[in-house]
Design a protein around this ligand. Structure first.
Ligand code: SAH
Length: 232
């Protein structure tokens, strides 16, 4: 499953020219019985299978340390852009992908592991979650995407959703591109975009809006800094 879709397009080019790299570890190689089992039935009963702490610990201990260990799990902290940015700027990561019902909880007590969720829904395995996390990080690595500034404008970077986008044709099915975007007046365009970002965030993501407003009220200097970033 790796690099999978990360082997094509801009991420794939980045991989080929060495801007990032990946090494997949087969957990089954660390099984100790003749069936090479990595899982067993859940203690206390119930459906499915649980991944064994001892086998996974051996797999984790086999890779070079010095990087955060992340485990993809719906029980983790929801992934957000600030953590993505930290990871992209960091030394890399060791990412543990679960399967079946999950992983023996004692692993998380015995090793320093950050549990990460990519959203409130259940996947069949952690690989897609890891690919999602990797994609979000890789696009921030210098040189992977085109213009270095293009990543800074996106949704969440400013604490708001991004403004809506339009492109040619100017008229399509009787609908035109908002007049202001065709005016060439950069200050006006900036103000319109800022306003739409605020309106859309407030109506679509009241949770984000509340956090954004909270931060602005608490720290006037933070709000000023955000405003300057927005105009880049
Ligand atoms: N029984 C678990 C779900 C297991 S899903 C529960 O109810 O919490 C199987 C594997 O898929 C998990 O171990 C995890 O690695 C991965 N996975 C599923 N949903 C995920 C999500 N939202 N975020 C990150 N990983 C997820």
């Amino acid at each position: 499953m790796f690099p999978g879709p990360l082997g094509i397009s801009l991420a794939g080019r980045g991989l080929r020219v060495g801007l990032w790299s990946i090494e997949a570890v087969q957990i089954r190689d660390f099984a100790t019985d003749k069936h090479r089992s990595v899982d067993d039935t859940p203690a206390g009963g119930g459906a499915g299978m649980v991944m064994r702490a001892d086998v996974i610990a051996s797999a984790l201990d086999s890779v070079a340390p010095g990087r955060p260990i992340l485990a993809m799990t719906p029980r983790g902290k929801p992934l957000a852009q600030d953590r993505v940015r930290q990871l992209a700027e960091g030394p890399g990561a060791i990412i543990l992908c679960g399967r079946f019902e999950g992983i023996d909880e004692r692993l998380f007590e015995a090793r320093e592991i950050e549990q990460v969720s990519i959203g409130d829904y259940i996947l069949s395995g952690g690989e897609m979650a890891a690919l999602t996390l990797l994609d979000a990080c890789i696009r921030l690595i210098p040189g992977v995407m085109g213009a270095p500034s293009s990543g800074m404008d996106e949704s969440f970077e400013t604490g708001l959703l991004e403004y809506p986008q339009y492109t040619r044709p100017v008229e399509w099915e009787g609908r035109t591109i908002p007049e202001v975007l065709r005016s060439g007046d950069h200050a006006k365009i900036e103000a319109w975009r800022r306003q739409r970002a605020e309106i859309d965030t407030r109506s679509r993501r009241p949770d984000l809006w509340e956090r954004h407003e909270g931060a602005r009220i608490q720290s006037p200097s933070g709000a000023r800094r955000r405003k300057q970033d927005d105009t880049k």
